[in-house]
Design a protein around this ligand. Sequence first.
Ligand code: SF4
Length: 99
Amino acid sequence: MSYVWQLSMSDKIQTPIKPLFKKPKTPKRIGSSIKKEFVHPRDYNAYSLPFSCEDCSHFASENENCTLGLPTEAHLKRNQIHSYDLSGKIAFCRFQEID
Ligand code: SF4
């Protein structure tokens, strides 16, 4: 290779520029991303709150799925009651629709 050819090709043969610093990865979430809300025991006992998928019109009971495609696991009645018994908090679904 001649020196002239190297000069003419020097701008065409370029190695990709690597960033000096890699962007740090976001650490995985440890806790649940669903926000649970505190419900006063007086209100929990006094009112029949529709807080679970079983109370929702989007719930398909035969396979425990949501017709909107949302994950139902946290909003199923058995899990909601278990959560309330442990922490006094309930994960209300923002898309719940009551007949
Ligand atoms: S909209 Fe919410 S409460 Fe209703 S079935 Fe779906 S996940 Fe459950």
